[in-house]
Structure formats: C-alpha cells, structure tokens
Write a protein that binds this ligand. Structure first.
Ligand SMILES: Cc1cc2nc3c(=O)[nH]c(=O)nc-3n(C[C@H](O)[C@H](O)[C@H](O)COP(=O)(O)OP(=O)(O)OC[C@H]3O[C@@H](n4cnc5c(N)ncnc54)[C@H](O)[C@@H]3O)c2cc1C
Length: 394
C-alpha cells in the first residue's frame, strides 16, 4: 500500500463543497491529511449533468497559454496554473484512476464510457478515507491558528486548514464575513433574452453565423428560442459579455460573403428573392426576415428597388439583436466570485494563512468545451499539492 508523509499527527482539513474542485483537492491530500467534506448535497452530484451526462472533462488544448485564452475571466492567472497542472496532467490523472478518455473532432474530451456517473464513481473511490458531512456551512472563522467551521445545524468543528470549493450555484453569503473581495455573480454560458420577438422562429437554427461584438468576431450556430436566442455562439457571447450591462446590441452577419450574394441577385434576376435566400438560410427565417424588412415575399430579384436592396444587404450583413438579459435559470456557470488579486498562485488566501479556494468560486470561468472542469481539476490539485508542501515545512 502507498504510504503518505510521516509526521506526528495528520493535519485536519475541512473541504467545504464536494464538487469536482473540492474532490480533486481531497484526492490529492487524502493520504496525508485527515479530510472532512461538508456538502449540502451528495458528493459530486454536480458532475452528473455535465456534458449532457457524458462529462466533457477537458479540452484537447495542450499549450497552456492557448488553453488560458478560453477563459474570459482568469486568463493571465491561469498561465502559471496550467503550466503546473495541464491538460496532459488531467488525462494522466484520469487514466491513473481507471478513466480512459477520447477527444472529439471539436477538441472536447470525454470518458470512453461517455458516462459522468462512471467518472463520479471512479473519483469517489479515491476518497474512501475521507469523512463526508451533509451539512450546510454558514461560517468560517480563524482564531489564532485554528479554523472554526459552523454549520446551519449549529454544529461547530475545528480544523487546521480550510478549503472553500462551494462553486457559484448555491450563493456564497457566508464568504461575505471573510475579508476577501467578491465579484458579483453574473450568468454566463446561457441563452439570451432579446427585445426582438423571435417566438415564431422557436427551434430554428442559423448555421455558422458571425457575430460582431466590439472588435471581436464570434462564429458558430445560433438557435431561436421563445424568449430570444441561444446556441453555441450565443453561449460564447453571453460569456464574453457576462459583465456588460443590459441592454446591449450586436449585429449578426447572416451571410459570410455579401459580395457573392449581391452577384447572385444579378445573375438570378428572374428568381423569387425568397427562393434565392432559402438556398442559404432556413425557409422559416427567410419569411420572418423579409417580413421584418417589409419586402414582398413573392418579389423577384430584379424587382428589388435600390432602397430595399440596400436594406436587404445591410441586414444580411448585420442583423440587429438587442439583448435585454440572460435567460433565467439557463446559466451553465456564473462569472464572479473570489478576487484573484487576493490569493496566491497556489490559491491560498493572501490575508488568512491556510485558507484556500478552488474551482468555480474563484473569479475564473471559461467557455463551453471542458474548460470549467479543467479549472476544477487544476485548481483542486494545486491547492492539495500546496497543502502537502506546507505540511512538509512544518
Ligand atoms: C448542466 C451543466 C453542465 C455542465 N457541463 C460541463 C461540461 O461538460 N464541462 C465542463 O467543463 N463544465 C461543465 N459545467 C460546469 C461545471 O459543472 C462547473 O464548473 C463545476 O461543477 C464547478 O465545480 P466546483 O467544484 O467548483 O463547484 P460545484 O460543482 O458547484 O460544487 C460545489 C459544491 O459545494 C456545495 N455547497 C455549496 N455551498 C455550500 C455550503 N454553504 N455548505 C456546504 N456545501 C456547499 C454544493 O452542494 C456542491 O456540491 C456544467 C454545468 C452545468 C450546470
């Protein structure tokens, strides 16, 4: 059996939150510390819906700087983190606990079982020596060199080290009592509510559109919903603009090469405009689109007057949407949480020794594609390694 470090007494560590980040930290220190998890719910329950139940656990990007670019919040901070615990390390770790993985063409990495439940079981099997308390933590206080952890049931526990890994989906009221600055939570990776009424287009997908957002161009599929828009490119937009106030507007390029389209208007003079457009865009959208421009649905290309033609080309090149807010409850992650300036690159509080943070509670969030779980594996492991390193110097 593998042996841990040898010292008089194992330090008592409380990990608050048994999600992916907390559990990864727990696994890293399991042999060397006396670990107790606190969680309102079952351990790793939050892993089960990931990747639609398949668990998109990482992204096949092996250059740490490139990987960090997928995080609208945290990019610079993550350089050092990913240089210490990278995508390679993540895959090696999972292989070591019996989770073999594969990468899709789009770079998303999944377990070969395509089962988040299997990943969860394999992770929990590494935590047999840990204690799990199903209690909500309401306060963490440090008095001299000990932490006092209080729970909603009025229980108080004493620890040497505390790791906070509570994510962002359950609020973080008790953290307000700590001296750390917390950024407000804002929905990210979510559908958006628009001022324009697209409800009649619900379910229609526009393939491979380009969205102009400031000086960035985002590309991907967009889906109309009963309250606005969704789909991969909208998730990315919601993430980048997570801290931008509402309303904001942006323009969608519906056709990549507008000059080619103008040429085909001239070549296909006798064709109905709606037919020509339907070769590029879904029929139901074309009807909606022409109606919104007050262009007769039966009009032939040659009959477009110069005003209507100008309007048509302008709208194909920049179809305006006005974003009024995030779709309620649809967020995958939240931006916000613990200010990165107040923690070390090993995720220890700069104000309170032996207090650590990892996972989504940090002001770090990434795009869809395995990036948010990567943050959990990397931050959880580095917290654990630092705890073990600190103990060696005690
Ligand atoms: C539907 C869905 C699908 C997703 N799919 C993917 C994906 O495929 N790939 C990817 O990379 N990311 C995905 N994500 C994001 C990813 O799941 C999260 O980023 C990740 O779970 C964050 O892990 P965490 O450990 O930091 O926090 P969490 O997973 O949120 O875990 C925090 C834990 O803390 C507990 N807790 C909270 N407050 C307290 C308290 N006061 N006392 C005690 N316990 C407390 C909670 O019960 C919870 O178990 C998805 C998210 C959602 C919602």
């Amino acid at each position: 059996m593998e042996q841990g470090l040898t010292y008089k007494k194992k330090p008592k560590v409380a990990i608050i939150g048994a999600g992916p980040a907390g559990c990864m930290c727990g696994i890293t220190i399991a042999k060397d510390c006396d670990v107790t998890f606190f969680d309102i719910s079952e351990p790793l329950k939050t892993l089960l819906p990931t990747g639609g139940g398949r668990c998109n656990l990482a992204h096949a990007e092996y250059d740490f700087k490139e990987l960090a670019k997928a995080y609208p919040r945290g990019e610079k901070f993550l350089y050092s983190v990913f240089s210490k615990f990278s995508t390679y390390d993540t895959l090696e770790f999972f292989e070591s606990i019996g989770v073999k993985t594969y990468a899709q063409d789009d770079g998303r990495i999944f377990p070969i079982t395509n089962s988040a439940a299997d990943v969860r079981n394999k992770l929990l099997a590494q935590l047999k020596s840990a204690k799990f308390l199903k209690e909500k933590v309401v306060d963490v206080k440090k008095v001299s060199d000990k932490f006092y952890v209080s729970t909603v049931n009025n229980n108080k526990y004493i620890y040497d080290i505390v790791v906070i890994a509570i994510g962002t989906h359950f609020g973080f009221q008790f953290l307000n009592k700590l001296p750390h600055k917390l950024y407000d939570l804002k929905p990210s990776l979510c559908g958006l509510v628009t001022k324009e009424d697209f409800s009649t287009l619900k379910g229609v997908v526009l393939k491979d559109v380009l969205i102009k957002n400031g000086n960035m161009m985002l590309e991907g599929d967009m889906l109309f919903t009963d309250s606005g828009v969704s789909g991969p490119v909208i998730f990315e937009l919601s993430s980048i603009n997570s801290r931008v106030g509402y309303p904001y507007s942006c323009k969608i390029k519906l056709i990549k090469n507008i000059v080619n389209f103008e040429d085909s208007l001239n070549v296909n003079r006798n064709m109905a405009l709606k037919k020509l457009l339907s070769e590029i865009l879904p029929k139901s959208f074309v009807k909606f689109f022409l109606n919104s421009l007050n262009i007769d649905l039966e009009l032939k290309c040659k009959s477009l007057n110069s005003n209507s033609k100008g309007l048509l080309l302008e709208s194909l090149n920049g179809f305006l949407i006005t974003v009024m807010g995030a779709k309620n409850g649809g967020e995958t992650v939240f931006s916000g949480g613990v200010n990165l300036d107040e923690i070390t690159s090993n995720f220890e509080s700069k104000m309170i020794d032996n207090l650590y943070f990892c996972g989504e509670i940090l002001d770090i969030d990434g795009f869809c594609g395995g990036y948010n779980l990567q943050n959990c594996w990397s931050s959880g492991t580095l917290v654990g390694l630092n705890i073990v390193k600190t103990m060696c110097s005690m």
